[in-house]
Design a protein around this ligand. Structure first.
Ligand code: PMP
Length: 449
């Protein structure tokens, strides 16, 4: 590793997806980190970067958490550390029990290796349990990229070129009337929905999930809450659906379940659905995967849930998330180009919009006409290069900055982020220097190619 520390980009470009290193170069994110601790990443020079991304939300406890690492070491060091098929070792059952305890009315669990796999399992179980073919999903939804989950992906950029997909229908996110129209057709197995949409951090009207569940049940369909991104404390509740008083029949979870250390995914379902599927199929293997419920994933999951409980991590996410969101929301009136701050817990979206004054409008328009989302990208670039803070752009037009930091951040990280953001917004409104800098990065990187 030491000998190849600086080769990652070239190797990736040559043997894997050449687009990724090209994109990271283009936006000036070409940095390799050598160490992580909590909410900070360190480069080879020892410079600290505040990580407001947490590996797309997986590092809920931050990097290098001693308890999760200990659990993984313990499993490897145990005499029987290997995956043993045809074995009922206690770890999977214990993690299933712990998850069931977090979902008041759901108590059956299937373990796979990713969020996508959890969603695929949910689609199979919902179709078989209801005997119906169609799944309703939302515009802009993301549930994975395999053929089943792609069929309920709300973005043409992902769907295009792989059809025909499964018979599924999209509605606008949060549109209860549109959902009812679809359910009335009587062929809907389930409505699949993210309690808060990952793309652009879209928050539905209050009570939407509960109403959607009640409506689905009235029409003989199921509600599947995809909590792959919102679950495990992200929104200040253990699951986001709990805040809404909704009663989904199936919940999918992954990402942060292992603390981010090892791949894991889980589908949590009602006993009624499990029994319907297993009894009518009359066979042991309805759905499975070789590495599903492997010991490392289960141990990391149990350790993560233990730390969450022991260190009151979910309460922290709610408290610190409220602080961060309200401090950012105060800035909406101060900066013309800041349109909205939204989210729940530590899943926060900062949306930019076209300024009204002529002076700012010319630079905004120049950027947006060059490519959608260049203003948000400019702010992300400036936060990174001037303040060493990692964020990402998101949303349909890439006009949103998304924050999904470790759930363990505290006031120091909130202060540092807000100070950096204010500084960058001040400059963006005062001069075009940020945009010029970012423009230069784009041009330099384009010339390097
Ligand atoms: N569902 C949601 C809501 C997600 O955010 C994601 C991942 N971004 C997935 C499913 C797919 O999960 P994975 O990448 O672990 O397969």
């Amino acid at each position: 590793l030491e000998a190849h520390r600086d080769d990652g980009y070239a190797l990736h470009a040559q043997y894997m997806n050449p687009q990724l290193p090209r994109m990271l170069h283009a936006i000036g994110f070409d940095k390799t980190y050598v160490r992580g601790q909590g909410a900070y990443l360190y480069d080879a020079q020892g410079t600290a970067y505040l990580d407001m991304l947490a590996g797309f939300g997986v590092y809920a406890l931050g990097r290098h958490h001693p308890v999760v690492r200990r659990a993984l070491h313990d499993v490897l060091d145990a005499e029987l550390s290997d995956l043993t098929q045809f074995d009922c070792a206690p770890l999977p059952g214990l993690l299933a029990q712990a998850l069931a305890a977090k979902t008041p009315h759901l108590d059956r669990v299937y373990f796979g290796n990713s969020g996508t796999e959890a969603v695929e399992a949910a689609l199979k179980f919902a179709r078989h349990a209801t005997g119906r073919p169609r799944i309703v999903y939302c515009d802009h939804a993301y549930h994975g990229l395999t053929v089943g989950s792609l069929s309920i992906n709300g973005a043409e950029e992902f769907r295009g070129g792989f059809g025909p997909l499964l018979p599924d229908t999209a509605i606008a996110y949060g549109d209860i009337a549109a959902l009812e129209v679809e359910l009335r057709r009587g062929d809907v197995a389930a409505f699949v929905v993210e309690p808060i949409q990952g793309k652009g951090v879209a928050v539905p009207p209050a009570g939407f999930l509960r109403a959607a569940g009640e409506l689905a049940h009235r029409h003989g369909a199921l509600l599947i809450a995809d909590e792959v991104q919102t679950g495990i404390g992200r929104t200040g509740d253990f699951f986001a659906y709990l805040d809404d008083g909704a009663a989904p029949d199936i919940v999918t979870v992954a990402k942060a379940l292992s603390g981010g250390y090892v791949p894991v995914g889980a589908m949590i379902s009602s006993t009624a659905i499990f029994e319907k599927v297993y009894s009518s199929m009359d066979r042991v293997l309805v759905h499975d995967s070789t590495f599903g419920s492997n010991a490392q994933a289960m141990a990391a999951g149990l350790a993560t849930l233990h730390v969450m409980e022991n260190e009151a991590v979910v309460d922290n996410a709610r408290k610190v998330g409220d602080q961060l969101r309200s401090r950012l929301a105060e800035l909406v009136d101060r900066y013309e180009m800041l349109a909205d701050v939204r989210g729940r817990g530590l899943m926060i979206g900062i949306e930019f919009g076209r300024p009204s004054s002529w002076k700012l409008r010319s630079s905004w328009t120049a950027l947006q006409s060059a490519r959608h989302g260049l203003f948000a990208q400019t702010i992300v670039h400036a936060l990174f290069h001037r303040h060493r803070v990692l964020t990402q752009v998101s949303g349909d037009n890439m006009e949103v900055i998304k924050l999904i930091p470790p759930l363990t951040i505290g006031e120091a990280e909130v202060d540092r982020f807000v100070a950096a953001f204010v500084d960058v917004m001040e400059e963006a409104h005062r001069s075009t220097a940020l945009m010029r800098d970012f423009g230069r990065t784009l041009i330099t990187q384009a010339m390097k190619r």
